[in-house]
Design a protein around this ligand. Structure first.
Ligand code: MBD
Ligand code: FE
Length: 280
């Protein structure tokens, strides 16, 4: 199923530590910290049981659901959809420069290295509106960052990620663009489509059982990096997207919305977006 395909790949990635882009996973933590944080999390669940008089039938359903999250490999999906935005907001309290948002479960390392101006790897007749993204990467003091890279990944025109679905070929619509000596980049791609989390897995089924929307607005993921600077993890969204403000992953922010304009070359659209990185 789509859920098991996406889930298994995302679990493999997380197990390899690929989502630890901001440093290694914390281990051997101070017992006081464990007691404080794990204690608060457990107390939140106990309070829900008490306050809403959770029954044995519901408790058993919860157990079955947790087992299904493991069986389908959906822990990375569930955690990134429902909790990562809160972790990101905490991290952002100490971050200067451009606004970021969550990484999500679908980044992959070692993608095509491309010199700007670049076209993302795509199929011969890759569907979707041709789109150009153009901008400059600078430091917080305004210095252009030669040597900056923009790692980009997004879905195709049907909402599928390469590497996590049977459809798009490996590496499709993923790449790492090297900026020029003024930190400028120009990237040619296709506008992505809105994304629904898999509906045949436990995360999607819980979402729909609650009557919540399983959709994310169309988005482009980015990692903007430069020597001596804190890597920016971000996403870009599109004006007019029906799912803006109702993102199942709560990761859209008004500062991250693009309003692409026609270039006059057929259906092609273009957006300009600069990035400011914080020195380390
Ligand atoms: C996605 O495409 C995504 O970006 C996140 C954060 C969660 C699930 C699917
Ligand atoms: Fe995504």
């Amino acid at each position: 199923s789509a859920a098991v395909t996406a889930g298994a790949h995302a679990t493999e990635s997380a197990r390899a530590g690929l989502s630890n882009l901001r440093g290694p996973a914390a281990g051997g933590a101070d017992p006081q910290r464990v007691a404080t944080v794990v204690g608060a999390a457990l107390e939140g669940i106990r309070a829900a049981i008490r306050d809403h008089e959770v029954t044995y039938a519901e408790f058993d359903a919860f157990k079955q659901w947790l087992i299904a999250v493991s069986d389908t490999g959906e822990w990375p999906l569930f955690l990134d959809v429902y909790l990562e935005h809160e972790v990101e907001k905490v991290a952002a309290r100490s971050q200067q420069g451009s606004v970021g948002t969550i990484l999500g479960p679908f980044w992959l390392p070692d993608q095509a290295q491309l010199d700007s101006p670049a076209t993302l790897p795509m199929r011969e007749d890759e569907p979707g509106t041709p789109m150009i993204l153009v901008g400059q990467v600078t430091s917080t003091d305004g210095t252009p960052l030669a040597g900056a890279t923009v790692d980009i990944w997004h879905t195709d025109d049907e909402g599928w990620y390469s590497g996590f679905a049977s459809r798009p070929p490996a590496g499709n619509l993923r790449g790492v663009v090297r900026c020029d000596d003024q930190g400028r980049y120009e990237l040619h791609t296709r506008k992505p489509a809105p994304y629904t989390i898999p509906l045949d897995g436990p995360t999607g089924q819980m979402t729909q059982a609650a009557g919540w929307s399983p959709w994310r607005p169309a988005h482009i993921h980015l990692l903007v990096a430069a020597p001596g600077h804190r890597t920016l993890t971000s996403q870009l969204f599109f004006t007019g997207d029906p799912y803006l403000g109702n993102d199942v992953a709560s990761a859209d922010k008004p500062e991250l919305t693009l309003d692409p304009q026609p270039t006059g070359n057929g259906a092609e659209i273009r957006s300009d977006r600069d990035f400011v990185l914080e020195p380390e």
